[in-house]
Design a protein around this ligand. Structure first.
Ligand code: ATP
Length: 322
């Protein structure tokens, strides 16, 4: 592969829980192999429990794989996990380590721990707080911020003391649209100015489609596909998704709906149908007139998303959403 940043081969991680008769094993990563190129924004997409965080914790040297190999910029991270912190900036799901520090001190301390001289750590701290609009919160302890503000403050800290690879585990969870945009602008800037590579964990399909160059889809610990969002969506080209939301859980029993009822994925009052544009058009006509319309609360017709591609690939029927 041209210019690799991170190469993963045959990674297996099994958690053991309980004791005696309650002992159980969860294979969180099951022979995962991946290639991330330098300078790309690479995503790990999958539902809760797919094994995304387990994978990134191994890449960051925090968790030891049972078997398999991880190479980051020429370094063997399984043999030398301590090297990971010099190669990558990591934003995990928890902020507890930084909770007692103010936003400014968390950013400055991270810079110092990464080997920056005091003056440079302070300069980078000021620049990143300004870049992310965090100056008004600079003096507040991270543990006493809102969930979205806390994520943004931890993201700011992860950016100080530049690293060639950024590993971000659901960075925008809980953030408002302004903060989200600030995060993606900061990521883009680092990529264009320094060629930074970004490995991003998400189960937000819209975000994945917008920001990722390539995405690996994980399901039950395995990579079930790896491609550009566009190529993955091409798997479901020519089809549309129709969501019908009824006023009550008992949808009207009408001949025009019988075939659709048999094929719809039903969740409470919502029916989801993945079908051809022609059939969707007929169904929309049928439900927007007469007794069906009286029973209808809402409907949406959409082009395929990565969510549809995931289901097409054999992903769990519940889909990617939480
Ligand atoms: N410390 C642990 N001990 C035991 N089982 C664990 C542990 N951490 C994770 N697991 C299990 O391993 C599997 C993968 O979990 P992981 O957190 O990697 O998934 P994920 O894709 O990151 O999920 P989410 O989207 O919810 O963050 C799940 O079945 C989870 O219950």
């Amino acid at each position: 592969m041209a210019d690799p940043c991170c190469t993963v081969r045959g990674l297996v991680k099994t958690y053991r829980t309980g004791r005696g008769t309650r002992a159980a094993e969860v294979r969180a990563n099951d022979a995962v192999s991946l290639d991330v190129r330098r300078g790309e924004i690479f995503g790990l997409l999958g539902p809760n429990g797919a094994g995304k965080s387990t994978l990134v914790r191994q890449l960051t040297g925090l968790l030891r794989p049972d078997t398999g190999a991880i190479d980051i910029l020429g370094h063997d991270i399984v043999r030398h996990p301590e090297r990971a912190s010099r190669l990558l900036g990591y934003l995990g799901q928890e902020s507890t380590a930084l909770d007692e520090l103010t936003v400014a001190l968390a950013a400055e301390t991270t810079g110092r721990l990464r080997g920056l001289p005091a003056r440079q750590a302070r300069a980078e701290r000021d620049a990143v707080l300004a870049e992310l609009g965090l100056e008004p919160l600079a003096g507040r302890p991270i543990g006493r911020l809102s969930g979205g503000q806390r994520r943004l403050a931890c993201f700011a800290a992860a950016l100080v003391g530049e690293r060639p690879l950024l590993v971000l585990d659901e960075p925008t969870t809980g953030m408002d649209p302004v903060a989200r945009r600030a995060v993606w602008a900061a990521v883009d800037r680092r990529r264009s100015q320094h060629g930074t590579t970004v490995l991003l964990v998400t189960h937000n399909v819209i975000e994945a489609e917008t920001v990722l160059d390539r995405v690996a889809v994980l399901d039950a610990g395995r990579v079930i596909a790896c491609d550009t969002p566009g190529q993955l969506k091409a798997l479901v080209d020519g089809r549309v998704r129709l969501d019908l939301v009824w006023r009550t859980e008992t949808a009207p029993d009408l001949p025009a709906l019988a075939a659709a009822a048999g094929r719809a994925q039903i969740s409470g009052r919502r029916w989801t149908l993945r079908t051809t544009p022609e059939e969707a058009r007929e169904l929309v006509a049928a439900v927007t007139s007469g007794p069906a319309f009286a029973a209808l609360d809402d409907f949406t017709l959409a082009t395929p998303s990565l969510e549809d591609a995931y289901l097409e690939l054999g992903g769990r029927q519940g889909g990617l959403a939480e």
